[in-house]
Design a protein around this ligand. Structure first.
Ligand code: ATP
Ligand code: MG
Length: 178
């Protein structure tokens, strides 16, 4: 069964800036820059019919291109930090596209997304990183991530069946047009 999620790709110019952040934190497994992405809707492992329905619903989305801005760094996991991410500044265009992706998932027969949407680009997975070391890293590096880019398409990615993780494969791409 394919494991799928829809996402926005991170342009190479932005990835080049994010690469500068890949050091100085022990316990971090830095994500390969080729795998940087912003998840719109995680689908998970689904059967072929569900995958087809979701893909079809995605192809019917009509939305305009928009700008996104990276907005500092943060961590997930609180006192047991498990990931470092670059945040994304609030964006109406992104909200619209995310809602359209949620509708497409429902049209594909998937249950509603229960989690709050927190747009981000994961930069590292953490194992056993100390919270104070994470805080120091964020303090040191946080100013760097402030890049703007234009989103003119989104994609359907597959990750490794069941287990997840990269390399992610672009299964389909959906242009955004005015
Ligand atoms: P790994 O789990 O091996 O670290 P991964 O999380 O990148 O890799 P997947 O588990 O296939 O790979 O997830 C693909 C994308 O969907 C990632 O951006 C991940 O953060 C996101 N994601 C995974 N599970 C969920 C979920 N339950 N809800 C929302 N987003 C999710
Ligand atoms: Mg995962």
């Amino acid at each position: 069964m394919p494991r799928l999620f829809s996402a926005i790709e991170i342009p190479e110019s932005v990835a080049e800036r994010l690469i500068l952040l890949r050091s100085g934190l022990s316990g971090a497994r830095w994500i390969d820059p080729d795998n940087y992405h912003l998840t719109l809707r995680f689908i998970g492992d689904v059967d072929g019919a569900t995958a087809r329905d979701f893909t079809l619903a995605l192809s019917e989305i009509v939305a305009a291109p928009f700008e996104l801005r990276l907005n500092g760094l943060g961590s997930f996991g609180g006192g047991k930090p498990r990931a470092i991410f670059a945040g994304i500044a609030p964006s109406d265009g992104l909200d619209t596209l995310r809602r359209a992706n949620e509708r497409a998932a429902r049209d594909g027969g998937l249950p509603p997304e229960g989690r709050n949407f927190k747009p981000h680009v994961t930069l590292a997975r953490l194992r056993g990183a100390r919270p104070d070391a994470v805080a120091a890293y964020l303090e040191r590096q946080g100013g760097i991530a402030a890049e703007t880019f234009t989103v003119s398409r989104f994609v359907l990615y597959s990750s490794r069946n069941s287990v997840g993780g990269g390399p992610y494969v672009v299964e389909a791409a959906y242009p955004l047009e005015n």
